[in-house]
Design a binder for this molecule. Structure first.
Ligand SMILES: *[C@@H]1O[C@H](CO)[C@@H](O)[C@H](O)[C@H]1NC(C)=O
Ligand SMILES: *[C@@H]1O[C@H](CO)[C@@H](O)[C@H](O)[C@H]1NC(C)=O
Ligand SMILES: *[C@@H]1O[C@H](CO)[C@@H](O)[C@H](O)[C@H]1NC(C)=O
Ligand SMILES: *[C@@H]1O[C@H](CO)[C@@H](O)[C@H](O)[C@H]1NC(C)=O
Ligand SMILES: *[C@@H]1O[C@H](CO)[C@@H](O)[C@H](O)[C@H]1NC(C)=O
Length: 271
């Protein structure tokens, strides 16, 4: 085993050694850039299809006397998104890149490549690839909480303050639009009103009988095109007499039932 000689020294040494024809100096191959950046205006880089070519890296080996060939390989690719052609250094994607991946830090994904020469033993050089991922609206918002309680004789008909979040960045996140998914819910029972960009108040327009109700809430982000999530808010209407809160243990009423059937269920619940 001979010690590795760093690239800069190598370049100098191989000039000198040309004269003395010392042949067993094995230099570290060097990428032509230490760091490769990809941050195109490619708005679609987060959505890029599998197999898209990102760039071609190139390394050179200063061992001019040894006529070595260089092979490339992926060294660190924590999300497993990249492939490098071992012979020509062309990097392409093996997965759809995702800005919201835990392996992406501040919208930047970091991968490392090796250039390996054919010396014995082989010498390796490292190159870094930084990919800045543009955000695309690929996440729907979600609401919290998804359960709430209210008394069947409540004077205050406010049920719950809902918040919403979205993993995307502006402008693909708030302001959110909150709606009750209309066609499935009887009119004049529920109301949702905006508090601010991220919160809304769900209230009743009349008292309801003790039961569990699934209220489909539709929340939409401000992306273009927008993304919508419909989530059931489970509202337990409890009887609260004599300061004892008694909630229904049974399953929830689904508002997707035809309203005639729903009304008969209501009357059954009254018995
Ligand atoms: C890599 O760089 C070397 C030296 O500049 C050049 O001769 C070679 O053609 C390049 N290879 C590719 C694939 O660009
Ligand atoms: C490298 O080889 C691959 C597979 O043969 C090819 O698709 C790609 O275009 C080549 N890259 C360059 C820069 O020639
Ligand atoms: C919709 O929101 C719920 C919570 O409110 C969440 O669990 C679910 O993953 C969201 N669905 C999508 C497609 O984002
Ligand atoms: C009614 O209830 C809501 C939510 O539970 C609460 O924020 C609000 O302050 C209450 N209003 C009154 C007048 O008590
Ligand atoms: C929006 O309203 C919620 C609930 O009242 C509150 O917690 C939150 O701080 C408000 N957000 C802003 C930006 O004012």
């Amino acid at each position: 085993m001979q010690p590795r000689t760093p690239l800069v020294l190598c370049v100098l040494l191989s000039q000198v050694l040309l004269l003395t024809s010392a042949e067993d100096l094995d230099c570290t191959p060097g990428f032509q850039q230490k760091v490769f950046h990809i941050n195109q205006p490619a708005e679609f880089i987060e959505d890029l299809s599998v197999g898209s070519v990102l760039l071609t890296v190139n390394a050179t080996d200063p061992d001019s006397l040894q006529h070595q060939t260089i092979r490339y390989s992926v060294y660190k690719d924590p999300a497993g998104w990249l492939n490098i052609n071992p012979i020509n250094g062309t990097v392409d994607t093996t997965a759809v890149l995702d800005r919201e991946s835990p392996f992406v830090d501040n919208s930047v994904y970091t991968a490392l490549f090796l250039a390996i020469d054919s010396g014995n033993p082989p010498a390796t050089g490292t190159g870094t690839l930084l990919i800045t991922l543009e955000d695309v609206n690929d996440n729907a918002p979600f609401i919290y909480p998804t359960v709430a309680e209210v008394c069947d004789d409540a004077k205050n008909l406010s049920v719950v303050i809902l918040g919403a979040s979205d993993k995307d960045l502006h402008p693909n996140t708030d302001p959110f639009k909150f709606e009750i998914h209309k066609q499935a819910v009887p009119d004049k029972v529920w109301k949702i009103s905006k508090i601010n960009n991220t919160h809304a108040l769900v209230s009743l327009l009349q008292n309801l009988n003790k039961a569990n109700y699934n209220l489909p809430i539709m929340v939409t982000d401000s992306g273009k095109p927008p993304m919508t999530n419909i989530t059931d808010l489970r509202v337990q209407v409890c009887s609260c007499r004599n300061s004892k809160v008694d909630c229904n243990a049974a399953g929830a009423l689904r508002f997707s039932l035809p309203s005639v059937l729903l009304l008969s269920l209501f009357s059954l619940a009254c018995l």
